[in-house]
Design a protein around this ligand. Structure first.
Ligand code: ADP
Length: 601
């Protein structure tokens, strides 16, 4: 019972949250409800017509000349039924259309709201394992669809049926108390059965969802690993895996169907008992002379109007269970106040790039301490290289400098102001970030470059592409700047990303291994544009490329989250410390002796 109470509170909570989204559609909802009430009255017309027909027929059958009266009756019935049908067409169309409109709009609003919301969230929201892209997508999709189908089921499918059930019940009570009572009694019985049905199905439904997810995951992982599958000739094993899931799924499906059939049969049986009781009861009143024969059919039809919606009740239980399972996760994402990035702060325009880290400690949300007591200074308009083995914490420093994360303790100052107090969006407008593999969006080349400055003209884009030395290659493509960017090679994509950076033209640039994913030729091509980017800017660079490191004005050597040395290349080389060690290892790996021999020869 405690759990039941909790679930009820949870459902109430979900409905309240949903109501906020439904608010803009108040008028639509009211219109739908009015139509629903109208519809519930027209739904009773058949019962009245049938009663009239039977009663009139019994009367005129005893007449000597029944045909004339019969024709009159037929005329009345035709007119009434036709009018009712025409009315119902409009009412039911309007009711469904508005219901659907509410559902579609609500679904759009929910999906839009969550996207807008998560865009304001911190970096840690996206990198946490709980929100692996696939998982986040599933949580959002299932949340939206469970909420909208709850609305759809309620407004479009169930509400009209329930409204007509209530009207039927009222009519039954008003004609005879006992008849009304029979109609009323079936409701708790059906409620009980539907609840049992929903409970029995719940476990199977959940399993079914698991199978579906596993199945869709299977195809995705198959696509991702197809070259391994084929090269190891494991096709039959993969097919076997699929077969196992299929078998479980079909078993489960049959179980679900059979449970549905059994409960349907029970409900039909009970409904039939109700019909028999209604017939017996009405016959009794007819024999007593208190009712006409037409009342028998009248009551049976009204009774069926009451029973029909409640037969479907288990669907509402299903939908509620679904919503309880998924809507909570959805609203959890939507209402995660703690994740909202604090972006307002002191204006930080016209930055120079004097950066100072003082005793900075940083731990990732998963508990990895990546930086320990880091202090160093970066002078403006110079190139500073962060040097260290992989995993030392170089990229982490860059993440802190663009405020993707905040330090646990210590301060980072930019041009003398604490970074924590700066307006984050303005700060990022002033910083260009070039990563190992820059993200190229699906879309054309010009769209991808324009991302650097949404107001750029086509000329600006061409100038930027020229600076990134990619213009010549672009105009040689069949569709030129309108070609899809994704089909370019890695080196070309990297230069598109650099063109984007030239367009943005920030005073501060962070380069995080910009050539690491490129081959030697592509690196060489990118290097020219990198050199151009470095001019007259404050540059912080992470690189394992020996030539780029030597080019830097200052070096900061990092080992295991700590700064171990700072200084120029010459000074640090002389020192024979950590930098000397790393530098020697890098130059050894180049096999310089052999190279110089080859070049000489
Ligand atoms: P580098 O750039 O010097 O190769 P990183 O700054 O990427 O090193 O990583 C420093 C440490 O932080 C490593 O131990 C790494 O495993 C850890 N780390 C990096 N990114 C994350 C993350 N998103 N979540 C948790 N730990 C991370």
């Amino acid at each position: 019972p405690v759990e039941k109470k909790e679930r009820r509170a949870l459902l109430w909570d979900i409905l309240k949250k949903l109501a906020v989204f439904a608010k803009p559609y108040r008028l639509l909802i009211i219109a739908t409800l009015i139509l629903t009430v109208l519809g519930s009255f027209t739904a009773q017309v058949n019962a009245f017509v049938l009663r009239y027909a039977v009663d009139t027929l019994t009367e005129i059958a005893t007449l000597a000349e029944p045909w004339q009266a019969g024709l009159r009756m037929l005329g009345i019935i035709s007119v009434v039924l036709l009018t009712k049908e025409i009315l119902s067409i409009f009412i039911s169309f309007g009711q469904r259309f508005y219901g659907e409109k509410i559902r579609i709009n609500l679904s759009r609003d929910l999906s839009q709201k969550i996207i807008e919301r998560i865009l304001t969230y911190r970096m840690s929201f996206y990198t946490s394992s709980e929100n692996d892209s696939g998982k986040l997508q599933t949580r959002i999709d299932y949340g939206v669809s469970s909420l909208t189908s709850l609305v759809q089921n309620f407004f479009i499918d169930m509400l009209p049926l329930f409204a007509s059930a209530i009207v039927s019940l009222i009519i039954m009570f008003s004609t005879n108390f006992w008849i009304g009572l029979v109609g009323l009694i079936i409701i708790p019985i059906y409620f009980f059965i539907s609840q049992k049905q929903a409970q029995r199905l719940q476990g199977f439904r959940r399993q079914m969802r698991g199978y579906r997810e596993a199945k869709s995951g299977l195809v995705i992982s198959l696509i991702n690993s197809i070259s391994v599958v084929k090269s190891f000739v494991r096709e039959s094993i993969e097919a076997e895996k699929h077969l196992t899931i299929q078998k479980d799924m079909t078993d489960n499906q049959l179980r679900i169907r059979s449970i549905g059939f059994i409960y349907d049969a029970i409900k039909t049986f009970i409904e039939q008992i109700g019909v028999v009781v209604i017939i017996l009861l009405t016959s009794y009143f007819v024999l007593k002379g208190e009712m006409t024969i037409g009342m028998i059919l009248f009551h049976v039809m009204l009774f069926q109007n009451v029973a029909a919606p409640i037969r479907q009740l288990h669907r509402i239980y299903d939908q509620i269970n679904n919503a309880l399972t998924y809507a909570e996760g959805f609203f959890d994402i939507l209402e995660d106040e703690g994740q909202v990035e604090n972006v307002t702060g002191r204006s930080s325009k016209d930055l120079k790039g004097h950066i100072e880290l003082k005793n900075v400690d940083f731990t990732y949300p998963n508990g990895t301490q990546a930086l320990k007591d880091v202090s160093f200074t970066i002078k403006p308009n110079r190139i500073t290289a962060l040097v260290g083995l992989s995993g030392a914490g170089k990229s982490t420093i860059i993440s802190l400098l663009v405020k993707f994360y905040e330090p646990d303790s210590g301060t980072i100052c930019l041009d003398g102001h604490n970074l924590a107090d700066c307006d984050t969006h303005e700060l990022r407008q002033n910083i260009g970030l070039v990563l190992q593999s820059n993200h190229i969006f699906s879309g054309t080349i010009s769209e991808n470059i324009r991302y650097g400055d949404m107001n750029a003209t086509d000329e600006d884009i061409i100038i930027a592409a020229k600076k990134a030395s990619i213009h010549e290659q672009i105009i040689n493509l069949a569709a030129g700047y309108e070609s899809t960017a994704k089909s370019l090679s890695g080196g070309q994509q990297q230069r598109i990303a650099l063109a984007r950076m030239f367009l943005k033209d920030p005073p501060i640039v962070f380069l995080d291994e910009p050539t690491a994913s490129l081959d030697a030729i592509a690196s060489q091509q990118v290097k020219k544009s990198l050199d151009l980017i470095k001019k007259d800017r404050t540059v912080i660079m992470v690189s394992h490329n020996i030539a780029q490191i030597i080019d830097a004005d200052d070096l900061v050597v990092i080992e295991d989250g700590r700064v171990v040395e700072t200084g120029t290349h010459e000074a640090l080389y002389e020192k024979h410390g950590k930098y000397f060690e790393i530098f020697s290892a890098m130059s050894d790996s180049l096999n310089l002796d052999k190279i110089s021999q080859t070049l000489k020869g």
